[in-house]
Design a protein around this ligand. Structure first.
Ligand code: FES
Ligand SMILES: [Fe+2]
Length: 420
């Protein structure tokens, strides 16, 4: 494989002529009308990752997922035959929300042999069939088999559970993921089961936060402690060595000197004490030599692949045996809920645990640096003092592509609506 396989001629961006190199608009992040169309065009049509198979490890295990952007809540359950299914979280009698505990807007998880509605005790099997109607004889010609839970398309890839809220998805999940993403399915996700979950409500459009993970141009500036000494702000900058686009999905790989080799005065004391940090534990688990699907650009000193799966999911594979998962769930045109999860192999020693926890708190600190600033981006964009004159550089190729992909989906939807 080529090292640093930058295209021989032109920039990365120029190799995708459809994208152009002109200035862009971020109206798609500040327009309530655009958001209304995004909900229909994207979140009710694309495959959306809602969990992992480890969330439903045994028959009868379930969890709910609130998907405000699509105006629904869903139940994901492993039925008594071991099949993972999804349903709208809605009772067929009078529309009560079927599964919730203390607050209807909060997600729940648990184990059940059947689901019983709190209101009039209709019951449903884990395959969605309506199995019991209280005082059934008082209804008028009711056939229970007509009143099963409303199914949601649900498919699993590499242990990631996806749903699709379209009546008929345009593509299967594998077709949708395409040839850049699917080679990852041999990666040992199933061995990285120690999880640390974060979620935060953030005062900016979902794409604005996602943009901050699509380029590393900002890293030496906003996260100066994360940059190698040579790339401290305004010295040489930092450049990711490999970018790739495929359909609506994106990939950026980065390389770096391993953090453990940096001079001690560039480390936090806790990193030295725990032998860990933002890039994860220094002691690498043995996941085997071959990590399928990773580092497709063959970059030297590879440390991370950031696979951005349209619309709102990112898988960041770290070369030292762990990964992050990010998801951005819009809650309005200028707010979203961010979910970040770190996955490690199960800790075998207390020192493994301390190393993982150090990586987790470092992640939180750096994510907050982005999240805090991006609320300011949202506020400033909403002034509309500048509307369509924002320049993007070559390292911001993925930002350009992301907004173009979102715009294309919305435009297709608008065109289809006009035809109707
Ligand atoms: S609404 Fe569920 S049983 Fe009546
Ligand atoms: Fe950042």
């Amino acid at each position: 494989m080529a090292l640093y396989p930058k295209p021989a001629e032109g920039s990365w961006t120029e190799h995708y002529p459809d994208l152009g190199t002109g200035v862009v608009s971020f109206e798609d992040c500040i327009s309530p009308e655009f958001y209304a169309d995004e909900r229909e065009a994207i979140f009710k049509r694309a495959w959306l990752n809602v969990g992992r198979v480890e969330d439903v490890p045994r028959n009868g295990r379930y969890f709910t997922k609130e998907i405000e952007v699509a105006d629904t809540s869903i139940i994901v359950v492993r039925d008594m035959r071991g099949r993972i299914r999804a349903f709208h979280n809605l009772c067929r009698h009078r529309g009560n929300k079927l599964l919730w505990n203390d607050f209807p807007g909060e997600e729940v998880r648990g184990s059940a042999r059947q689901f019983t509605c709190k209101y009039h005790a209709w019951r449903y099997g884990l395959d969605g069939a309506c199995t019991f109607v209280q005082q059934e004889g008082e209804f008028f010609g009711l056939d229970r088999s007509d009143y099963g839970l409303v199914p949601v398309h649900c498919e699993v890839w590499a242990g990631f559970v996806f749903v699709n809220l379209a009546k008929e998805p345009a593509q299967s999940l594998r077709e949708f993921l395409g040839p850049m993403i699917t080679p990852l399915e041999g990666y040992p996700f199933d061995r990285l089961t120690e999880r640390y979950d974060f979620r935060a409500d953030i005062g900016c459009n979902w794409k604005i936060f996602s943009d901050a993970f699509q380029e590393y141009y900002h890293v030496p500036v906003l996260h100066s402690q994360e940059a190698t000494p040579a790339a401290r702000p305004k010295v040489t900058g930092f450049e990711a060595p490999y970018y790739r686009l495929d359909g609506p999905h994106r990939l950026v790989s980065i390389s770096s000197v391993p953090r453990r080799l940096w001079p001690a005065d560039y480390q936090y004391p806790i990193e030295i004490a725990t032998r860990s940090g933002l890039f994860g534990p220094w002691n690498e688990p043995d996941l085997g030599d071959d990590l399928p699907g990773t580092n497709p650009g063959g970059v030297k000193d590879w440390v991370t692949d950031n696979f951005q799966i349209f619309p709102n999911m990112e898988i960041l594979i770290m070369s030292n045996g762990w990964y992050y998962l990010y998801r951005y769930w819009p809650t309005s045109y200028n707010t979203h809920r961010y979910e970040g999860t770190l996955f490690f192999p199960p800790a075998e020693r207390a020192s493994d645990r301390a190393a993982q926890e150090c990586a987790v708190v470092m992640f939180k600190e750096f994510a907050l640096q982005d999240a805090g600033m991006l609320v300011g981006t949202q506020q400033a964009l909403e002034s509309r003092a500048v509307q369509d004159d924002f320049p993007l550089n070559d390292q911001e190729l993925l930002v350009r592509h992301f907004h173009k992909s979102v715009g294309d989906w919305v435009e297709d939807h608008r065109n289809a609506r006009q035809e109707v």
